[in-house]
Design a protein around this ligand. Sequence first.
Ligand code: MG
Ligand code: ZN
Length: 217
Amino acid sequence: MAKVNIEKKILTKNEMKAAEVRERLKDVAVLNFVSSPGSGKTTLLENVLAQLKEKYKIAVVEGDQQTTHDADRIKAAGVEAFQVNTGNACHLEAVDVERALGTLGYDLDLLVIENVGNLVCPAEYDLGEDAKVMLISVTEGDDKPIKYPVMTRACEAMIVNKTDLLPYVDFDVEGCIKYARGINPDLEIMTVSCRAKEGLESVTAYIEKKILEKKGK
Ligand code: MG
Ligand code: ZN
């Protein structure tokens, strides 16, 4: 008797919600920024979105367990933001993004999601994004990309931040990039210093490319 393997792809509740979000944002570039706590996601967004906000309709979903500090900072930089407090949870889910969009609206060119600082489970949660972008600061270990390979593989781009501190730390940028490319050869890699305002144009250009791709230009 022939053996038949029936493999049924069962979508989780989050995957179904993420598909709905993706469908409603089909003309909008959606980027999911992930990192360890303190890598400088919010500071990077303040700097980069300030360059893009006159040209594009942008909103940010901020994920933190508690406080509205990051959403307050983004709003102070002149960009719409919605804070999601996850309480005990260590990641955002697609339902959080949907809830935020209920306030932010869908009439956007770019939606940026700043995930909860955590390189583990955010890798497993689709939020309806086009791409995940990972930040690593030079005050962390340069082996982060191989310590968290699931996330490294899930990301389209990696940004090495706080390069102004390189003279004071033992972070090997080339080594970090080598580790990262070993896991994900296609990874787009940028190095920046928000404090010294260096390399920011590469991130701005990457985001703008994502916006234009989504608009079909
Ligand atoms: Mg933050
Ligand atoms: Zn989690």
